[in-house]
Design a protein around this ligand. Structure first.
Ligand code: ASP
Length: 318
């Protein structure tokens, strides 16, 4: 990859508006951080708060680790004990943070595109805070997507022509939505598999649905998605769900692992349902990038946060 430009963005809410050279620059910057690179010390303090209204282990802690590595000051926020429970809106909560002096908020929320109200302001609205999307409902998961791109790039050194299968509960996965869009744009060939009832015709524009065992021997990347039980209320397929038969039909077991190409990899955004998407003892196998994805996540989130620091000229960065 050539031409390292430092990316500067006012917010980081989606991968849709990122240009391909910005994606490449962010990957390069994350690799720089991974090798021990740092940004010059911040000349002014920068305050950030992590507002997770949906559960999270890795994304929340990964952002906090990235923030601390960059030298940002993390202001705790606990949704369970916040005024959101008294009916305060996300916009008003952001106004509070802004008034108190918080510069950036990293938000995960169950509402698709919750960030629209925080970044597309009407003339009378004075909110001035950088928003980084840590997952919006069934919409996007830009930081997972970017760390996935970093992990693929680290292994293969390119995207063009790579064959990537996205497998599982695609309809309910925001990771899948972000990844299919960006992978296609970067020149990878996207395929889909998994239960047909969790596949939608809307995905046809990005790739082709095929039967799992036909895909396995030709794929470079098998991207497995968690079955999102918490999003299935009212879905008749949830009642019929059986972990054992899901694993038989759509999971990676030893036989399927052996059928993969020599250099192919398995990815999973986590959390994993063991012996559903993937046999438990394959999680730490050579092909499985689950741990690598989490390691890379910290460095990619540093790169994303840095882009917003620069975009908002915070901490003396431009
Ligand atoms: N951690 C990812 C997300 O928040 C994937 C998952 O939960 O299955 O979307």
């Amino acid at each position: 990859m050539k031409n390292l430009n430092l990316v500067a963005l006012p917010h980081f809410v989606s991968v849709e508006n990122l240009k391909n050279d910005e994606v490449e620059a962010l990957i390069e910057r994350a690799e720089y951080f991974k090798k021990g690179g740092a940004i010059p010390g911040l000349t002014r303090p920068v305050y950030v708060t992590n507002m997770f209204f949906e559960d999270s282990s890795r994304t929340h802690t990964s952002f906090e680790m990235a923030e601390r590595k960059l030298g940002l000051t993390v202001i705790p926020f606990d949704p369970a004990h916040s005024s959101v429970n008294k009916g305060e809106t996300l916009y008003d909560t952001s106004l509070v943070m802004n008034a108190l002096g918080v510069d950036l908020e990293v938000i995960r929320h169950s509402q698709n595109e919750y960030y629209e109200d925080l970044i597309n302001l009407k003339e009378h609205q004075k909110l001035n805070i950088g928003v980084i999307n840590a997952g919006d409902g069934l919409g996007q998961h830009p930081s997972q997507c970017m760390l996935d791109m970093m992990t693929i790039h680290e292994h293969f050194d390119h995207f063009k022509g790579l064959k990537v299968a996205i497998v599982g509960d695609i309809t309910n996965s925001r990771v899948a939505k972000s990844d299919m869009e960006l992978l296609t744009r970067l020149g990878a060939e996207v395929y889909f598999s998994g239960p047909e009832y969790w596949y939608s015709k809307d995905f046809d524009q990005y790739g082709k649905y095929e039967e799992l065992d036909k895909l396995i021997p030709k794929m470079d990347v098998m991207m497995l998605l968690r079955v999102q039980h918490e999003r299935h209320s009212g879905d008749p397929n949830e009642k019929k769900f059986d972990a054992h038969s899901y694993h038989e039909k759509y999971g990676i077991n030893h036989k399927r692992y052996e059928a993969m190409k020599k250099d192919a990899i398995i990815m999973h955004p986590g959390p994993i349902n063991h012996n559903v998407e993937l046999s438990g003892d394959l999680v730490e196998s050579d092909k499985c990038m689950f741990v690598r994805q989490m390691e890379n996540g910290v460095f990619m989130r540093m790169a994303m946060l840095e882009a917003v620091l620069r975009g908002r000229k915070l901490g003396g960065l431009e």
